[in-house]
Design a protein around this ligand. Structure first.
Ligand code: NAP
Length: 352
């Protein structure tokens, strides 16, 4: 077997992927968008109050980053937050200005900037002992955002809020029953943002995401990096059902959600195939073997079986996505991990 070493994955890898431009042509605009570069020229970092489409992404992570690139290609003004100077500089090179923001020492003056944006996407997960960093000071945030330009708020949540459903199919009407601390904080954050959105009178949506994968973050990447599966991953591998969704499909759902004005809607954003992780890794290995025969050592996956208590804490469920398809009109690009992984490997440079 050939031994190979991959360079460590950086955010560059996920950003190398060129997303499909969004078609926002059916969106009414009253004025033309002013590009970021023009703002740089005028020496001001404030968005043009005349422009219509301006997205602020609290937490420019994996999903936020993909969506930001698509929005930028569709001429939206985009900004957001991250926690490190290095990341801020990387985004500057791509023409997106970020603010440094950490839940541990939140700078709430940030909200003064947010109120100039028309759209707000929240992608920062709640932290233990803190919850959602913005909702900790909800009165202040409400005061500052009232009377601003905000029209739309979307919170990226997780299907973990359903808790254990004994493997049953669940849709958005299924009462949430979070078991883990992080899932309880998620549900509290959902409720907090819905309530804040109501108070502000802006369209507010919740997207409950399954396990996120895509370029730079997939079973193929894990195998190519020859990473040992973490204990958590090994245990999740033994579950019967794992809901997942490709980042391109999350971006489709987000794009469609920006067009929806009815407020308070919750959408599960998952694919059609809640297959066990073990199957996904087997398929990823098959794809690597086909594309680069003999280059990767075939290894058995050391899956660990969860105890009954652990399994019920994490929760077995199959998550339905009809609401996303019917109400948002999303046609999944990757209804199963198979097409998702295929598209990832097709776009990959030779890693050897
Ligand atoms: N991964 C999954 O499979 C999955 C499944 C369901 C839901 N979700 C949730 O969906 C959302 C988007 O997922 P993702 O994979 O795109 O997330 P991600 O890549 O981890 O990005 C999260 C973003 O939040 C920021 N952030 C994290 N902790 C923070 C803190 N304590 N204070 C301030 N900022 C903080 C990160 O800052 P930096 O940029 O500085 O790192 C990053 O920009 C997240 O809320 C995630 O938890 C994830």
């Amino acid at each position: 077997m050939a031994v190979f070493q991959l360079p460590s994955l950086s955010p560059e890898i996920s950003l190398r992927f060129t997303p499909r431009p969004l078609d926002f042509s059916n969106r009414r605009r009253t004025t033309l968008f002013r590009p970021l570069s023009a703002i740089g020229d005028s020496g001001s970092s404030e968005p043009d109050s005349e422009s219509q489409n301006r997205m602020f992404i609290l937490g420019m992570g994996y999903v936020g980053g993909f969506f930001a690139q698509q929005l930028k290609e569709a001429d939206w003004l985009v900004s957001g937050t991250c926690r490190s100077d290095t990341k801020k500089k990387e985004w500057e090179k791509r023409g997106i200005d970020l603010n440094l923001f950490s839940a541990d020492s939140p700078e709430l003056s940030l909200i003064d900037s947010v109120k100039d944006y028309t759209h707000l996407l929240i992608s920062i997960p709640p932290s233990a002992g803190i919850g959602d960093p913005m909702l900790r000071n909800v009165e202040l945030v409400r005061d500052k955002l009232s009377g601003g330009n905000l029209q739309w708020v979307c919170y990226l949540s997780s299907t973990s809020v359903y808790g254990d459903c004994g493997g049953a199919w669940v849709n958005e009407d299924h009462p949430p029953n979070p078991k883990t601390q992080s899932a309880k904080l998620r549900l509290a954050a959902e409720e907090g943002w819905l309530s804040l959105g109501r108070d502000l009178g802006v369209s507010t949506q919740i997207l409950r995401l399954g396990g996120i994968y895509g370029p730079g973050r997939s079973a193929i990447d894990t195998l190519l990096k020859r990473e040992r599966l973490s204990e958590g991953q090994k245990k999740r591998a033994s579950r019967k059902f794992t809901s997942r969704v490709h980042v391109e499909d999350i971006c489709q759902a987000l794009q469609a959600a920006t067009e929806k004005l009815p407020s308070g809607e919750i959408y599960n954003v998952v694919d059609d195939d809640p297959a066990p992780r073990e199957k996904v890794f087997e398929y990823a290995l098959e794809l690597i073997e086909t594309r680069w025969p003999g280059t990767i050592e075939t290894k058995p996956f050391p899956f660990v079986y969860e105890s009954r208590e652990e399994s019920s804490l994490r929760g077995e469920k199959r998550v339905r996505n009809e609401h996303m398809k019917n109400k948002l009109g999303v046609k999944l690009l990757h209804p199963s991990y198979k097409s998702g992984l295929q598209s990832i490997i097709e776009k990959m440079d030779n890693p050897f």
